[in-house]
Ligand binder design. Structure first.
Ligand SMILES: [Zn+2]
Length: 130
């Protein structure tokens, strides 16, 4: 089971809102690999209207498992570049569009297939991901 806490999720959505109309990118961090309770921003990240990227050098040792980025144009589908990144790194990836709420949030697996999630009462979400 993979859970993203309300704090982590709201931090990511807030970042997306702040950077709009530029694209925002971060990773979800976890101590145990299943509960993601915070986000990591990297130095020298590059945010633009149609892309965002970060320097791998600043990624946590061992890479990351979960990424988040925004699509300011509201298209909640991975781009071709996204699919390349998804297949190379991480296990699941969130894409959010304006107005950056849980209703405009989609999770994908490595293959770019949609991963369903369940909103919990405490504001966290649980991913139907093995
Ligand atoms: Zn994208």
């Amino acid at each position: 089971m993979v859970k993203i806490t309300r704090h982590a999720l709201e931090s990511a959505l807030h970042g997306a809102k702040e950077l709009h109309p530029d694209e925002f990118l971060c990773v979800f961090a976890s101590d145990d690999g299943s509960v993601f309770d915070r986000i990591l921003l990297t130095p020298l990240a590059d945010y633009g209207p149609t892309h965002a990227s970060f320097n791998d050098y600043f990624m946590p040792t061992g890479g990351f498992k979960a990424s988040f980025h925004s699509h300011p144009n509201g298209v909640l589908q991975p781009s071709r570049q996204d699919l390349t990144l998804f297949s190379a790194k991480g296990a699941f990836h969130a894409i959010a569009g304006p107005p950056y709420t849980k209703q405009n949030l989609v999770f994908f697996d490595k293959q770019g297939k949609k991963v369903e999630f369940t909103p919990e009462k405490d504001g966290s979400v649980t991913l139907q991901y093995q």
